[in-house]
Design a protein around this ligand. Sequence first.
Ligand code: F6P
Length: 546
Amino acid sequence: MNSVAPLTKRASWRSLHDHFGKIQGQHLRELFAQDPSRGRTLGVEAVGIYLDYSKNRITQETLKHLFALAQESGPRSAIEAMFRGDAINITENRAVLHTALRASRDANVQVGGKNVVPDVYEVLDRMGDFCNRVRSGAWKGHTGKPIVNVVNIGIGGSDLGPVMAYEALKSYSDRSRKFIFVSNVDGTDFAEAVQGLDPAETLFIVASKTFTTQETMTNAQTARDWLLEGLGAGHEAVAKHFVAVSTNASKVSEFGIDTANMFGFWDWVGGRYSMDSAIGLSTMIAIGPENFLEMLAGFRAMDEHFRNAPWEKNIPVLMALLGIWYNNFFGSSSIAVLPYDQYLKRFPAYLQQLTMESNGKRVTLEGNLVDYDTGAMYWGEPGTNGQHSFYQLIHQGTRLIPCDFIAFCNTLNPLGRHHDLLMANVFAQSEALAFGKTIQEVRSEGTAEWLAPHREFDGNRPSNVLLLDRLTPPALGKLVALYEHIVFTQGVIWNLDSFDQWGVELGKVLAQRIVPELESPATPQLHHDSSTNALIERYRTARHRG
Ligand code: F6P
């Protein structure tokens, strides 16, 4: 439990409030004019990431107050509690130790009096061995053919991490194999995924922490039927075509997968923090064990930076504080994440679960309703596509949407002028957002008076630019860990349990209740509200179920 004062009663919060009154009207044009060196001084470089945060609506005084907020909110001790394995997920009484998944082999992380690092490496080594067998063709399907198609079946953290990482690191992947991700309970997802696949060459990875998730278990059963029917084989074929990734060995064997073909992890790994665990099996098959371990090293580098760097040089802490500045003082409700790299096309979707399932909470650790806003909505698309879609609203709309631009100095696909053009766009966008174009500038171009307001850009729209060298496995690890730690820092300041997700439960329970009402041949007695009853009746009629 947090022993510090409630957020809005903290001295630093009140100072920030007063300071906001003074600074909110200041334009980034003025801030840059007052301090021409700002573009260099408000930048920080660590573990191969350069963060330019100069185009934020802050001064040195803002930073002083934000650091005081960090200090007063106790993240230093919270960080240590997380890394140490304290049960900081208090509503589930669990440790939160995704950092142990990427600890070095000789590290010692105690959970319940036991060092868990040897267990982590035991699983990583088994995964490596399995991946090598699949990649070399030594692992054969039931009919003796090697595996060509790898289908990951999972949802939420058991899907978004694997698919995001596969897409991000495609350039490092084994191109002779096809990697497919099935998540939705909508049968279309499975049907389209297996179009044209030969079951004899297909491996299914059933990835589910609990092994009870409706979507995943339904897809896994459909996959088993598809496989056995396609092979014309009996249950004995399952062992060569199904492996499981889970914390729940009994449910895995109940499903019919031999636990010898199971890769485990632990209840101290949250679903949305699990891509470094065995949930990353598909990633490892795609990019190979060495690259996977390099990705983990990237995570570890960011973990160490987060744990040790002072606030003013700490990239996750700086970004977390800036997020709070806009969320809680400027009233921004969302953050756009705009990767200028096509390989990161699923990164915003990945961040949506990470950020919103973690900090989309309205009660404090003590169970009191908060009197401030918490988690922002994260969204985005890769540049430059977003520019021709929603950027209009970011530039000229009525809402303040802080942006995180992510870009790489070197491309993995050096084709003609493409990369210079891409990078010119990142720099131009953050410049246009910050400085805009005044009405005088518009008029001086000879624009008609009636048209001038439409062509004015008021600017003063904040952004961060994250600049890295190249999208490598460690770079991806650093980026993901960066956002994990932003979420953590904000959760500590907002005094939330960032590691539970009770908000997803009610819908699941109600859906279970409705399933038999849709499927029953006899007309069911419905006891919902009149809207839900009418929708169920309409559906049954459309499906000729009386
Ligand atoms: O959406 C709720 C949730 O529990 C997520 O937190 C989790 O990542 C996802 O469902 C999948 O859960 P599992 O891995 O247990 O199937």
